[in-house]
Design a protein around this ligand. Structure first.
Ligand SMILES: [Zn+2]
Ligand SMILES: [Zn+2]
Length: 306
């Protein structure tokens, strides 16, 4: 079996098993066979694995929105791995590819291929991460490489913890149902937030701000803001744009656990609001541009779309 085939099979199981678990859990709920302990395990596991993705995989690792101690990096990458959305290296590479080719045919989850593809189709059809193009600096990061190679250990831990806390029903709610929710909420950022919502910035893509995804995905639904300022550790840019990940990042900064938190300079925020800009503030983009490939592709697509 080829690597791609195997990956595809694992991805399909990773989508179908949580779905079956969730249907069974809803049946139990219907029969009133649910206890509060299981619901608390679900909430706790959802919270920790979701911030693993939003703060760990996304804002810390992929966009380098802040710096921190190696132990804190390991902790967040562990939580992100427990969400079972793929190893850190794959996740970050695919996401960088998304930012570099947003809403074009080279976007791994382009909405141009329909809602289903943008949401889940890309995942189950055996996606290919290209870290040698989109995440070269990650390949040199021993922590990222170690956490990616041991991905399945952390994924399994996401089931062992609920088992220790609540037995097999704990695994059902804190493992499978939680995995179902985090998966679909994360994928909603790729699908819903490139189709439905409002735009605050004139970015050269179709990214949208969607308050419901903002709420469920701990701030990641302010996705138009994010495409306008990818490196910003804060996605909610108005007081009413609920961004739980940002509040936690601010809290950790005050505790001295993280530092060099990247904030949008006020003059750039003001300038960006009024211009039809090109997203040129990717640190990773300028790195790739040294080889000329990424930016050339990016420009080519921007131009093609006029
Ligand atoms: Zn996007
Ligand atoms: Zn991003």
């Amino acid at each position: 079996m080829t690597d791609r085939r195997l990956k595809q099979m694992i991805s399909v199981i990773g989508v179908v098993a949580p779905l079956i678990g969730t249907i069974f859990a809803i049946w139990l709920l219907w029969q009133r066979l649910v206890n509060w302990n299981d619901i608390a395990i679900l909430a706790g596991m959802y919270f920790f694995t979701a911030i693993g993705i939003t703060i760990g995989y996304h804002r810390m690792l992929t966009h380098r929105g802040f710096e921190t101690h190696p132990a804190v990096r390991v902790f967040f990458l562990m939580l992100g791995s427990m969400a079972v959305e793929g190893p850190a290296l794959d996740w970050a590479s695919i996401h960088i590819k998304h930012h570099a080719n947003t809403d074009t045919e080279d976007d791994p989850h382009s909405p141009l291929d329909g809602f289903f593809h943008a949401h889940i189709g890309w995942f189950i059809s055996g996606f290919i991460a290209e870290p040698e193009i989109y995440g070269k600096w990650l390949l040199k990061d021993p922590i990222v490489m170690f956490m990616s190679k041991t991905f399945f250990v952390w994924g399994a831990l996401g089931f062992v913890i609920p088992y220790l806390l609540g037995g097999w029903t704990g695994v059902l709610w804190g493992g499978l149902v939680r995995m179902f929710l985090t998966h679909h909420v994360t994928w909603s950022v790729n699908s819903i937030c490139h189709i439905f919502g409002a735009r605050m910035f004139d970015t050269p893509d179709r990214s949208k701000n969607n308050w419901l995804v903002g709420l469920l995905a701990f701030g990641e639904g302010w996705h138009n803001n994010h495409h306008a300022f990818p490196r910003s550790a804060f996605h909610g840019l108005r007081w009413w744009q609920f961004d739980l990940s940002a509040y936690i990042i601010r809290g950790l900064e005050q505790l001295g656990l993280i530092w060099n938190v990247w904030r949008i300079p006020t003059e750039r925020l003001r300038a960006r609001s009024s211009i039809s800009g090109r997203s040129s503030d990717y640190r990773y983009e300028s790195e790739a541009a040294q080889k000329g490939t990424l930016r050339a592709t990016y420009r080519q697509h921007s131009d093609r779309r006029g």
